[in-house]
Design a binder for this molecule. Structure first.
Ligand code: HEC
Length: 126
């Protein structure tokens, strides 16, 4: 509920959209990132990320997981730095058009968008 209110109340829409529409000569990669970040809520470890990885990833990716199901030891997501170190890989597997993590799914489309807003639009270590 707090998250929903944060999204509705977030005031960043206008400047980000202005930046995106002004960048008409950007190459497609930059344009894609700008499009996906336009209007993005400001999400970080405290208001989104920590809860997200606990709920969806750390059954297998926590150091304390009783059964990692083979999740690689270097992909342990207990701290914000550990997650950000693997941000590109996490986005590729969990926030892409056909995500493969978590293996059995269960993440809503909205939360996959939020995951992108956090790691794709946010700042390393936050
Ligand atoms: C049921 C256990 C399980 C859950 C839950 C799970 N994973 Fe995984 N994860 C694995 C296993 C097993 C592998 C290694 C095999 C593979 O890559 O498919 C893996 C591999 C990965 C990799 C690739 C690691 C590499 O070496 O490149 C990433 C990135 C990843 N997971 C991210 C996530 C994220 C993000 C979540 C939560 C949204 C998540 N996983 C949830 C079991 C899990």
């Amino acid at each position: 509920m707090v998250l929903v209110l944060t999204l509705v109340a977030c005031p960043v829409t206008t400047p980000v959209e202005t930046a995106a529409s002004d960048s008409g000569e950007a190459d497609s990669g930059e344009a894609d990132t700008a499009d996906r970040c336009a209007g993005a809520a400001t999400l970080d470890w405290d208001n989104f990320g920590h809860g997200f990885v606990i709920e969806h990833c750390n059954g297998c990716h926590a150091a304390s997981a009783s059964d990692r199901h083979g999740a690689p030891l270097d992909h342990t997501y207990d701290t914000v730095e550990q997650v950000w170190t693997h941000a590109d890989g996490i986005l590729a597997l969990a926030a892409s058009a056909s995500p493969s993590m978590p293996p059995r799914g269960g993440v809503s489309d909205d939360d996959r968008v939020r995951l992108y807003w956090w790691l794709g639009c946010g700042t390393f270590g936050h």
